[in-house]
Write a protein that binds this ligand. Structure first.
Ligand code: BTN
Length: 254
């Protein structure tokens, strides 16, 4: 870590204090999980210049060309039972939103964990948990932020944006990572100390979903209804056309 440009910028106590920087890897989530299995302490981070097999939610790939974007994964070892893991993803989304807001951009949070600006995706989050003996061994939070991209492949052109495009100039990537680490550390600590309520409140403040008619797909059957609330597990509560409530834990909102 000493000698790394991030070192002098970090204002955290534990998050980002152990760092692996890679030119290229398949997925920073895989690298972080392998490191965690070797004993990486909580807060260790992996940052890569390029991913050859970047992964998104629901089995998708994550566009990961060299040098353009942030491919970041953190190892977390929260002292929590596994059933309290789901809101960690919401806490991560709030932390990334705050880091983006520090640049003067106001992102929207889209359930379960996308950051959008003007309807275009700026960041995606992939959280993966490993259990040991019925307890959380580690959680890997993988964060992809479009930093410098000026153009996207045709299939993403209408759906993606970058900090470079939004700011009109290149963001300082190292400062952004330092800010992200600080916000992540704060929100992880807050969730462990205070529970899900402040995380859910901060998440809901940045959502535009509530009161809208949506369809959530990805499960066995798509669920349609008006988005009413987010519960303390991060589940989306929908009011179906027949008046009944549906609680959805995963999927894709449209
Ligand atoms: C999604 O929106 O579907 C989640 C995308 C998550 C992408 C990040 S990039 C860093 C980390 N490594 C991966 O392979 N995926 C996550």
């Amino acid at each position: 870590m000493n000698g790394d440009p991030l070192h002098s910028l970090l204002r955290t106590r534990w998050l980002g204090r152990h760092l692996r920087r890679l030119e290229r890897c398949r997925s920073t989530n895989d690298e972080a999980a392998a490191w965690a299995r070797e004993g990486a302490p909580s807060g260790s981070i992996v940052v890569a210049e390029e991913q050859t097999g970047g992964r998104g939610r629901l089995g998708r790939t994550w566009h990961s060309p060299p040098g353009e974007n942030l491919y970041f994964s953190a190892v977390l070892r929260p002292p929590l039972p596994p059933h309290r893991a789901p809101p960690i993803t919401l806490a991560v989304a709030v932390a990334v939103a705050e880091a983006v807001e520090s640049l003067g951009i106001e992102p929207e949070l889209k359930w379960p964990n996308d950051l959008l600006v003007d309807g275009r995706k700026l960041c995606g989050i992939l959280t993966e948990m490993t259990l040991a003996g019925g307890r959380i061994d580690f959680v890997i939070v993988g964060i992809g932020v479009n930093l410098h991209a000026l153009a996207f492949p045709p299939e993403l052109r209408e759906r993606a944006t970058s900090l470079r495009l939004l700011l009109g100039h290149d963001p300082d990537g190292e400062r952004f990572v330092a800010e992200l680490c600080l916000r992540l550390e704060r929100w992880c600590e807050r969730y462990v100390a205070e529970g899900a309520a402040p995380v859910v409140a901060a998440w809901k403040q940045r959502a535009r979903l509530f009161g809208r008619e949506v369809t959530v797909s990805g499960g066995r059957e798509p669920v349609r209804g008006v988005a009413e609330d987010l519960d303390e597990d991060g589940a989306l509560i929908l009011r179906r056309p027949d008046g009944s409530a549906a609680r959805v834990l995963a999927g894709e909102v449209s």
